[in-house]
Design a binder for this molecule. Structure first.
Ligand code: ZN
Length: 626
């Protein structure tokens, strides 16, 4: 903790040299961490020499050309003697770089290295603000331009961005590292009648411009990691939920979307009562077209959501609780490097479950914990309990064994601590962690030291709680708090009955979605066509409106080469771009040899162009590996 405290005070003193432009209120400058474990190798930036503190975007959206054009003005905080600032760029077309008086600055674009992109180095001279005139091209990996037919309304095009982890450098020239927080503002011009939303607060009414255009202004006055700058534009409407909450969606989706997220204001209140004030002002959401590659993305003040969580019965709204929880873990306290992604996702998954418990009760919360535990066990069975990828902290250059580790094992760690020391002590600890590191980056070493000092209180107690083993070791430590064995007792009995005698459950429709998912996950892997037909007919699987259940059905059916499921899967894969569903379905097909591989290649040939880069990259590895 000592050297980290030193690093923090150094960083704070860096921040203290900041000079804000005289016309505006002083801007908040967040510290950067200088310890070795906070060194982000996925950026070219050298923030200890010169760093970006504020980004001002002035952009126009060109839907016909699938391009974003305009300027980014960056405020730079440079150490005495620093000659250059280095930014990240992935395919940006730079037209000019000047100081604010319009004097050209010398710049160069280095060689590109895959997804990391290329370093954009600018010689600063005396300039402490630089103006970059640029365009982001149609291949920009963060942006997805949807044709009207990919929307619910089918009339207007749609645009959304996905910045995490290192994609925003394809449309914003800045230092794209989670440890280099920046305030930002934007003016965005879009053709009517499209509305624009961003992960900042809308400033006033849009300004009417000539040529059927409007300009929207946004501001984020709190320093955020730049992967959290996000934009969406389309034919969308807004409906309020509570005084500070609301939802955007295409008009055809708005009723359904609103009904599904109507508990959001109550969720914000529940979250605040657990871990302190919501510090971002508004909490709005946008339900995007189904091409969105993730379940949700926690863009500040504007969570982005897939429509595939809409089940009509709010059974999959743990997703909303999750994205909301990121307003603390992830957005407020952020992993300084992606190898500590569990600080964002594990803490959030734990917090999500606490919100679910508050809103929907202990039974649903316990069942969701049991489902998450199954996912951990599956990963450990697949890669081995000693695999280094199953540690929460991943050293630079290594990869985690997947989301079950950083999300579910991370949550299991905190749940284990909570059950050991009691809720009151645990909650007080987590709240002070958020308070102490608000709007700052953090590392595994920092949370370890904080847990040791403020929860355990001694080396011995830290050892008894196995803190180090949880964070740095593989597998599940011996003190892992098992999920409630009774959570699915009735369902597991139904699975046993089905496996033994083929009897299908009677109460299926009254079950919770978690119960139905549990049953489907535990159906014997090998099923005949006749057995699958009876499952589908009796339980209505292929016609369910619940996409988690539909996905489990399709995966089971395809793994058994069940022909009637092929057109169902094709429809699903043509419509939905969510990586969580799309990648495993293609992997299942590719695993089915000469039956499945031609089907996978045929479908992917038709659907690839409709997926976001994130999903394309994930599926390319599976389907193109031939
Ligand atoms: Zn998350």
């Amino acid at each position: 903790m000592r050297n980290l405290a030193l690093a923090l005070s150094l960083a704070l003193s860096l921040g203290a040299c900041s000079t804000a432009p005289s016309t505006e209120a002083p801007r908040l400058v967040a510290p950067i961490l200088t310890s070795a474990d906070a060194l982000d190798t996925s950026t070219y930036a050298r923030p200890q020499e010169a760093r970006v503190t504020h980004v001002a975007l002035d952009l126009e959206l060109d839907f016909a050309g699938k391009a974003v054009r305009g300027t980014a003005m960056l405020d730079v905080l440079a150490q005495p003697g620093a000659r250059q600032i280095v930014l990240d760029s992935d395919g940006l077309q730079i037209e000019s770089i000047t100081d604010t008086a319009g004097n050209p600055l010398v710049w160069s674009m280095g060689e590109a290295a895959g997804e990391k992109g290329a370093p954009l180095s600018i010689t600063l001279g005396d300039a402490r603000q630089v103006v970059i005139r640029y365009a982001a091209n149609p291949q920009a990996s963060a942006l997805q331009w949807l044709a009207p037919e990919q929307t619910a309304g089918k009339v207007h095009p749609f645009l959304f961005s996905q910045g995490q982890a290192i994609l925003n450098r394809s449309w914003i020239p800045t230092q794209d590292s989670p440890g280099i927080r920046q305030t930002w503002k934007a003016r965005v011009v879009a053709p009517k009648p499209l509305d624009v939303v961003m992960s900042g607060i809308l400033q006033g009414k849009p300004e009417e411009l000539a040529g059927g255009k409007r300009a929207f202004r946004f501001a984020m006055d709190k320093p955020v990691a730049p992967y959290l700058i996000a934009i969406a534009a389309g034919d969308i409407d807004f409906r309020a939920i509570g005084p500070r909450t609301g939802v955007w969606a295409e008009p055809a989706m708005l009723d359904k979307a609103h009904a599904e997220v109507v508990e959001t204001e109550a969720m914000v209140e529940a979250a605040e009562s657990l871990y302190g004030p919501y510090r971002w002002g508004r909490y709005d959401m946008i339900v995007l077209p189904p091409a969105f590659p993730y379940g949700g993305m926690e863009n500040p003040v504007m969570t982005f959501l897939t429509p595939t969580f809409i089940a009509g019965d709010r059974s999959l709204t743990g997703l909303v609780a999750h994205e909301l929880a990121h307003s603390w873990s992830g957005n407020l306290v952020t992993n300084a490097v992606w190898g500590d992604g569990w600080l964002n996702e594990g803490v959030t998954s734990y917090f999500e479950n606490r919100i679910v418990e508050e809103i929907y009760g202990a039974k649903r919360a316990r069942q969701e914990v049991a489902l998450d535990t199954m996912a951990i066990m599956e990963t450990l069975a697949e890669v081995g309990v000693d695999a280094p990828g199953t540690a929460l902290h991943q050293p630079d250059g290594t990869e985690s064994a997947g989301s079950a580790i950083i999300y579910n094992k991370g949550a299991a760690f905190l749940r284990t601590l909570e059950q050991d020391v009691g809720r009151e002590r645990f909650d007080a600890w987590l709240r002070q962690w958020f308070d102490k590191h608000a709007f700052q980056p953090a590392t595994s070493a920092m949370i370890y030291e904080d847990l040791k000092a403020n929860l355990a209180g001694s080396e011995d107690e830290a050892a008894r709680l196995r803190l180090r083993e949880w964070i740095y070791g593989p597998g599940l430590p011996a003190n892992f708090a098992q999920p409630d064995p009774a959570a699915f007792a009735a369902i597991d009995a139904a699975n046993a009955a089905y496996a033994a005698s083929g009897d299908l459950p009677q109460g299926w429709r009254a079950w919770t979605s978690a119960e139905r998912q549990r049953f489907l996950q535990n159906v014997p892997a090998e099923r005949t066509a006749g057995e699958l037909a009876r499952l589908d007919e009796t339980l209505g699987l292929s016609t369910t409106g619940n996409n988690e259940e539909l996905f489990l059905w399709l995966r089971l059916a395809l793994a058994n080469r069940y022909e009637p499921a092929v057109p169902q899967a094709e429809r699903f894969l043509s419509n939905v771009g969510r990586t969580k569903f799309v990648r495993p379905l293609f992997a299942t097909l590719m695993g089915e040899g000469e039956w499945g591989q031609p089907i996978a290649r045929r479908i992917y040939g038709q659907t690839r162009a409709s997926y976001h880069t994130v999903t394309q990259r994930a599926v390319d590895r599976i389907v193109r590996a031939d």
